[in-house]
Structure formats: structure tokens, C-alpha cells
Design a protein around this ligand. Structure first.
Ligand SMILES: [Fe+2]
Ligand SMILES: [Fe+2]
Length: 169
């Protein structure tokens, strides 16, 4: 049985550092594949996510270490916790554990819940750091999810005004 709940890319995830945004789109796609895979295909989807996650997190770790990014430790700790969980679920499949499929489905939901906060609080700081190093300015983010025409833009909980506007992080 498949879980048809979809995890979709949203402009709200865009952080303004193109390499990172491209990787994050791939993250969303590989997690979504775990939502939509049949039970028979779920192990393959999990392995594809594991491969993605290792590359994704290694890329960010490389950016952090090569540029002397401050406070990289807790960011990498979160990555390590994800990789550990993924490896545990891969182990269930290897052992033909009866809970492997259900656990992988749960992992997909947890990844979808985890990602927005991680991107917002940790990856966004790294994106700003990288863009600032490259361009000497913070990133500008275009977002499509708009307020109605003529309505005033309302600041969100982070104090950012919504869309149809340039947002300077
Ligand atoms: Fe990331
Ligand atoms: Fe990250």
C-alpha cells in the first residue's frame, strides 16, 4: 500500500544560494519518492534518499569547513542524526524485518517534518554566509506564494514580508 501524501517543493524553502536550493529540491523529490513508492519499491527509494542525503550533507559540511563557518557543529549533528536513522531503517530491510516498510514510511514523514525547520534555521544561515562570501551581500529570494493583489504584504513570524516582493534575508 502506498502513502499518497505528497511532500512538494515550495518557494518557501528557497534560501537564495542556488547550489543549495538545487540540492534541497532534490531532497524534497527523493523524500517524496518514499511517499509515493509501492511497498516493493520502497527499499530502492530509501537507498536513493540515503545516497542523496550523504551527498547533500557532505556538500554542506564541505562549505562549512572550507569557509570557517561558525557554529557548524550543531548543524552537522542534525545531519548525522538523519544519516543514523536512515542507516537503521536500511538495516531493517537488510534483515527482512517485518516492520521495515512501516518504519520507512514513518521516516519519510519525519524527514518531511524535519526539513522546513532545518532549512529555515540552519541551512538559511549557511546560505547567507556563502552568498555573502561570494557576492558580498545577503541573498535575495523570489517567492511566488503571493498575497492577493492590492492587499498589503503581511510580515510573517520571522518579520519577512510575503511575496511578489524581493526578500532580503
Ligand atoms: Fe540542506
Ligand atoms: Fe543542513
Amino acid at each position: 500500500m502506498t502513502d499518497n501524501t505528497l511532500f512538494c517543493w515550495s518557494d518557501a524553502f528557497a534560501l537564495g544560494y542556488p547550489q543549495m536550493d538545487a540540492t534541497h529540491q532534490e531532497f524534497v523529490a527523493t523524500v517524496n519518492a518514499m511517499f509515493t513508492a509501492s511497498d516493493d519499491d520502497l527499499r530502492t527509494a530509501l537507498d536513493a534518499f540515503a545516497e542523496h542525503a550523504q551527498r547533500h550533507f557532505a556538500e554542506e559540511a564541505d562549505w562549512m569547513t572550507s569557509t570557517g563557518f561558525p557554529a557548524a557543529g550543531c548543524h552537522m549533528d542534525e545531519h548525522d542524526a538523519v544519516l543514523k536513522s536512515v542507516a537503521e531503517v536500511q538495516g531493517l530491510f537488510r534483515d527482512a524485518h517485518p516492520d521495515a516498510v512501516a518504519t520507512a514510511r514513518r521516516l519519510a514523514r519525519e524527514l518531511a517534518n524535519w526539513f522546513p525547520g532545518h532549512a529555515d534555521y540552519l541551512d538559511s544561515a549557511l546560505a547567507q554566509w556563502m552568498v555573502k562570501r561570494i557576492h558580498g551581500a545577503v541573498p535575495l529570494v523570489f517567492r511566488r506564494s503571493a498575497t492577493s493583489a492590492g492587499q498589503p504584504a503581511v510580515p510573517d513570524e520571522r518579520g519577512h514580508t510575503q511575496p511578489e516582493q524581493l526578500r532580503a534575508e
